[in-house]
Design a protein around this ligand. Structure first.
Ligand code: 13P
Length: 291
């Protein structure tokens, strides 16, 4: 049960109207903390690693850490490659044991986005047991090597979304609806709820087939998060919040214990802070006791 792809857990989440937390990690300490928190709350989990940390740590190392953490866990856990715009690197990570691959060709023309996304779908489905996430429209902000200026961001066209899903064969779908990576400039960013509702009705109205992903979780107010879930979002991505927690906790610990030189204690402080953060998100997303 522990090593799974994203599809089944998200079909269940969509039907039961909660969201699975998809948490970006950059190192082992974060990954362990995220897994421990999810186990304590009996929640399904998606561990995410974007391209830069995957390359820095090496996909095979990330895959091995995932397998070790997930193998004995009493909850379903997926390892997701986040926002990869290189088809060949998607294949490398699929071979290394990632169980959900996001090919992000959203900056390409529609037909080229379809071509690249389908190439990854064909590869992952032939390999067996690996699901694929595709994106249409562009999410503004910075997520690793993917940078989209606000002026460049384009929302997802619902009719095109149907064609994209049909023609690529993707398992889960990320429509751009106005959320952004990084820290929002205002407390109430302008999100297109109607667009999400329309896309959800077109794709999953008759039967839940292709779960929908909400990017840019950091900074969204709790009522907004709940509304996005009620309209059909069932994979909820959080990255910046965890980066800030890691760095701020490390900085504060060192500042107050300047002469200590005990790395294990810094790790323990980060572990506790990340666990608290993950528990907050799991509570908000409604995925506790859904494993
Ligand atoms: P945030 O960094 O805004 O939380 O976005 C995360 C995300 O969407 C990762 O793909």
């Amino acid at each position: 049960m522990a090593i799974v792809n994203a599809k089944e857990m998200l079909l269940k989440a969509t039907t039961e109207k909660y969201a699975v937390g998809a948490f970006n990690c950059t190192n082992l300490i974060q990954m362990e903390a995220v897994v421990e928190a999810a186990i304590e709350l009996n929640a399904p989990l998606i561990l995410q690693c974007s391209v830069a940390p995957s390359k820095f740590l090496k996909p095979q190392v990330v895959g091995a850490i995932y397998k070790t953490l997930a193998a004995g866990a009493p909850i379903p856990i997926c390892l997701h490659l986040d926002h990869c715009n290189d088809v060949e690197f998607c294949k490398v990570c699929a071979d290394a044991g990632y169980t959900n691959i996001m090919i992000d060709a959203s900056k390409q023309e529609f037909s080229e986005n379809i071509r690249q996304t389908k190439a990854v779908v064909d590869y992952c489905h032939a390999a067996g047991g690996i699901s694929v996430e595709g994106e249409l429209g562009t999410v503004s902000g910075v997520e690793d090597q993917v940078r989209v200026a606000e002026s460049e961001a384009e929302l997802c066209d619902p009719e095109q979304a149907m064609a994209f899903v049909e023609q690529t064969g993707i398992d889960i779908f990320a429509p751009a609806i106005g959320t952004a990576h990084g820290v929002y400039k205002t407390k109430n960013p302008k999100l297109d709820f109607e667009r999400l509702e329309k896309i959800a009705a077109l794709i999953n109205g008759q039967e839940v087939r292709v779960p929908l992903v909400i990017h840019g979780g950091t900074g969204l107010q709790p009522d907004v998060v709940k509304q996005l879930i009620s309209l059909g979002g069932s994979k909820f991505n959080v990255s910046t919040d965890l980066k800030h927690t890691l760095i701020d906790t490390t900085y504060d610990y060192i500042l107050t214990n300047r002469d200590e030189y005990n790395p294990g204690k810094v790790d323990a402080a980060v572990n506790e802070a990340i666990k608290n953060k993950i528990k907050y998100w799991i509570g908000l997303l409604g995925s506790a006791n859904k494993a």
